[in-house]
Design a protein around this ligand. Structure first.
Ligand code: GDP
Length: 358
């Protein structure tokens, strides 16, 4: 018992010691259960049964930067691969505020009503800076969040777009293995992320607003070129007239681009995600697209080309990060930067020197 003078709010009381888990068998059981829960075999078999918890756990492993998780993540992906690929992969882009979340909620519901299981993922170029996520706020996807035929995963964060994109691609495989046959990948149409998304989806949808020029919408020309369809959202209320005018303009603009390898002629639709109008029309366009590309073989060729692209991309990313993370390069790079600063070497000589060290 402490003396009275020592009693204060800060003095600690003796804690109550935890009861010993004296039952060795119980301890062993808990340990094996824990191990079993995270084992590759367990996760794979549950993913294949469509278990969301296992799917989420596997995605967390894929997203982890911990090297010890990498091997398990790779093993899981390898085991899931034969069960993947049976889906339609749709990229949706548009500037913040255009209505992507609202659209995905309405569109996702439509897909589910057609018997599909929908996974919504995101590639967020800002996540590495803000540690945020465009799907962080799911309030506009209330129905999908509650629907067991939908799975929503906010974007993986990472220091490079390449890293985030790799994680998203692998997440697609896991979702497909879990039976999700419509994969929606959302991104913000202002950076480079839509090029990455374009190279991992079958169909690329651009959401736009009427009455605002491209500059105002922050959309780059290249993105329009990538689009398989443009949906002018918020075509409701007083906006309808402007939306119809924009439709004509975009249609004309789309005709100026060269024919796509898919032989698909991109088209424009109006919709109101909020009022749930025009969504069926957008889905019909997408269905027509898939019909065409399955018939003419582009669907398969494109997926093969995408896989080859990602093989090269992965090698490039890996070589780059291995190079820059090597301790001797890190210190010598600093030294060479100093030499450049003082005009004692040229960038090319310094680069040759550093590359020679690798
Ligand atoms: P995101 O940032 O692109 O994901 O856009 P949100 O889905 O969060 O929508 C931004 C705002 O636009 C919200 O206030 C929505 O309610 C509103 N909104 C979305 N779709 C429509 C639409 O079709 N019509 C109208 N009038 N408002 C919409």
């Amino acid at each position: 018992m402490p003396s009275k003078s020592k009693i204060s709010a800060l003095s600690e009381k003796d804690g109550v010691s935890r009861q010993d888990l004296s039952n060795a068998k119980a301890v062993e059981q808990i340990k094996t259960k824990r191990k079993k829960h995270s084992s590759t075999k367990h996760l794979v078999s549950h993913i294949l049964k469509g278990n969301i918890t296992a799917l989420s756990q596997a995605i967390t492993l894929v997203e982890s930067n911990n090297l010890s998780h990498l091997k398990q993540a790779n093993d899981i992906i390898k085991a899931c691969l034969p069960h993947a690929n049976n889906s339609i992969r749709i990229g949706i882009t548009g500037v913040p505020g255009v209505g992507k979340s609202t659209f995905i909620e309405a569109f996702g519901k439509e897909l589910i009503s057609k018997g599909r299981k929908v996974a919504v993922l995101a590639v967020d170029p800002t996540s590495s800076l803000s540690k945020g996520s465009i799907l962080g706020d799911k309030t506009r996807m209330e129905h999908l969040v509650r629907n067991d035929k939908a799975f929503i995963r906010p974007s993986a964060s990472g220091s490079t777009l390449g890293g985030v994109a790799r994680k998203t691609r692998e997440t697609i495989i896991l979702c497909e293995a879990a039976g999700f046959d419509a994969i929606i990948i959302e991104t913000v149409g202002v950076g480079q992320s839509e090029t990455a998304v374009h190279s991992m989806v079958d169909f690329f949808l651009l959401l736009k607003l009427a009455g605002a020029g491209d500059e105002l919408q922050g959309i780059k020309r290249g993105i329009i070129e990538m689009a398989d369809a443009i949906a002018i959202n918020k075509a409701d209320g007083e906006n309808i007239k402007a939306a119809n005018m924009a439709k004509v303009e975009f249609k004309r603009a789309l005709h100026l681009y060269p024919t796509k390898d898919s032989h698909w002629q991109p088209t424009v639709r109006l919709c109101s995600a909020l009022n749930n109008t025009g969504i069926t029309g957008v889905l019909k366009v997408i269905e027509d697209y898939f019909k065409l590309v399955h018939q003419n073989g582009y669907f398969k060729d494109n997926r093969i080309a995408q896989n080859k692209f990602w093989l090269l991309q992965t090698i490039e990313d890996r070589l780059k990060s291995d190079f820059f993370n090597a301790p001797k390069i890190k210190s010598e790079l600093k030294a060479q930067m100093d030499l450049i600063e003082h005009g004692k070497t040229t960038p090319f000589v310094a680069a040759e020197f550093l590359l020679g060290m690798a």
